[in-house]
Design a protein around this ligand. Structure first.
Ligand SMILES: Cc1ncc(COP(=O)(O)O)c(C=O)c1O
Length: 485
């Protein structure tokens, strides 16, 4: 298909897209900005696209880049700057009063209520009740906190933790160190789920369930990703959760790549617990505050806490004052009485700077009408990208293949593309030179994620044009026609 027709087709799809106006809510870096290594002088980056263009091609300066990297770091919502300025003004003018004094005309909650407001906004995105969600800490820290509560090894019985062999390294480290923390050895207590049926490490539900079966009698806990970071594969969370429960195993889901990307129904899927970060599809900003889900059955506080039985009446945990019941939090009594629900797992007073940033982005999820509407667009966008990849020239297609499952129900926004050996560097270099930002996973995978909040069908066409040039550059760099990997 001629590229002109393709562009017209994409433009027509964008015109028909009921969510296309949301793109204007985001700062899309210009091509000049991503090429520049100088911090713009102006603080109003969102208004100025040419302040840092002196040494770059003027024709390309104000053209937006093609940013397809929301799987790694979501773009900055324009309202983030506004909300953070309002937060700073509150702090500047109210000092400590900002904790509890509502201000007329402020869209921000008092700082004491900021975490609650974030939980209200995130609950529908993960399919939970507000009390099952807490916005706190960061992902790896939250995985540790959840394991410290719910991993109760019995060396003569259930002591193993199951995880996938290609788990994100931080998850591996968390599991290994939890085991050592309990005096156990990863060699005997850690089981990794292999992918014998796939050369690209795509898991099958069968691989997972059969590993669970094989270790059912000795497994205490499972940690799995909702969406696998490398392949972009969406696992069957409800089926795997039910199977774990059938074998009396507690299961924790790492939702780093799933939250804000695909609809989740954590409560009705009966998930035990989960944790996520907010800097990918939730656009909270680099390293922004994370979140966790604890099913209500795992977080009830059933009895008054008494001096002689201080830990009775609630599940065990590593505690801090912010998990204490709000009514008595400031009584300063040294008797921990957690609030029922996920917020009873909080430790410290949270960073309001972070929560303000996160909430700014979550406002846009509301504008979108929710995660289901976003998923509808996402399915179309990613299918469009897949189709365009399939329509590329044969000599291009010989140099890559998609390793993400082709079934749309088994993936989110991301497509992981495996390149022929030796192409990663020239391809990434050429993509960047053409204003395209994706991310790489060595040795040979690029991850391309059209995020439905700010990406368009036109972005997909621009990616394909740049990808074709990049593969051409790769062929030249290798000095041969190249062969399929
Ligand atoms: C799947 C997965 N797990 C864990 C992490 C670690 O997250 P954090 O640095 O927020 O703890 C990441 C980070 O990208 C991730 O993608």
């Amino acid at each position: 298909m001629a590229s002109g027709n393709l562009m017209e087709r994409a433009q027509a799809l964008d015109r028909d897209d009921p969510l296309s106006s949301l793109q204007a809510e985001f700062n899309i870096p210009t091509r000049a900005q991503i090429a520049s290594s100088r911090l713009p002088e102006s603080s109003s980056v969102s208004q100025s696209s040419s302040s840092d263009t002196a040494d770059t091609d003027v024709t390309a300066s104000s053209e937006p880049s093609t940013y397809l990297c929301g799987n790694s770091l979501g773009l900055q919502p324009k309202r983030t700057r506004t909300r953070i300025a309002q937060y700073l003004d509150t702090w500047a003018t109210q000092g400590v009063q900002g904790h509890f004094k509502p201000l007329d005309g402020s869209p921000l909650p008092t700082w004491l209520d900021a975490d609650q407001r974030a939980a209200e906004l995130i609950a529908p995105i993960v399919g939970a009740s507000e009390s099952e969600v807490a916005v706190m800490q960061t992902l790896t820290a939250n995985l540790h906190l959840l394991m410290s509560s719910f991993y109760r090894p019995d060396i003569n019985g259930k002591h193993k933790i199951l995880l996938e062999s290609r788990a994100f390294p931080s998850d591996h480290f968390a599991v290994e160190t939890q085991l050592r923390h309990h005096g156990l050895s990863p060699e005997t207590s850690m089981v990794v789920i292999e992918t014998p049926h796939s050369e690209d490490n795509v898991l099958t539900t069968y691989d997972i369930l059969s590993t669970i079966s094989a270790h059912a009698a000795t497994t205490a806990l499972i940690l799995l990703p909702g969406i696998q970071y490398y392949t972009g594969q969406l696992l069957d969370i409800p089926v795997i959760t039910a199977y774990a429960h059938k074998h009396d195993i507690f299961i924790i889901w790492d939702l780093a790549h799933a939250v804000g990307n695909v609809p989740l129904s954590l409560h009705s899927w009966d998930v035990d617990a989960a944790a996520w970060c907010s800097y990918k599809y939730l656009n909270g900003g680099p390293g922004c505050i994370g979140g966790l889900f604890v099913h209500e059955r795992n977080s009830t506080v059933t009895k008054a806490i008494t001096d002689d039985k201080p830990a009775e009446g609630y599940s065990n945990r590593l505690a801090g004052w912010w998990g204490n019941d709000k009514k008595t939090r400031f009584a300063m009594a040294n008797k921990f009485h957690p609030v029922s629900g996920a917020s009873g797992f909080q430790l410290s007073n949270p960073s309001i700077l972070d929560i303000t940033s996160l909430n700014a982005s979550l406002e846009i999820f509301q504008l979108a009408g929710g995660i289901k509407q976003l998923r509808e667009k996402s399915l179309k966008l990613t299918a469009f990208l897949e189709k365009l990849l399939g329509e590329m020239k044969e000599e291009d297609k010989a140099l890559f293949r998609i390793i993400t499952p082709l079934d749309p129900q088994q993936r989110g926004a991301q497509l992981s593309i495996k390149l022929s050996e030796g192409l990663l560097l020239p391809v990434m270099t050429e993509l960047e030179a053409n204003g395209v930002i994706v991310d790489e996973r060595k040795p040979d995978v690029i991850r391309v994620a059209p995020a439905p909040l700010y990406n368009s069908f036109v972005d997909c066409v621009k990616f394909i044009a740049a990808f074709s040039l990049a593969l051409e550059a790769g062929r030249k760099a290798k000095g041969s026609k190249g062969t399929s990997s």
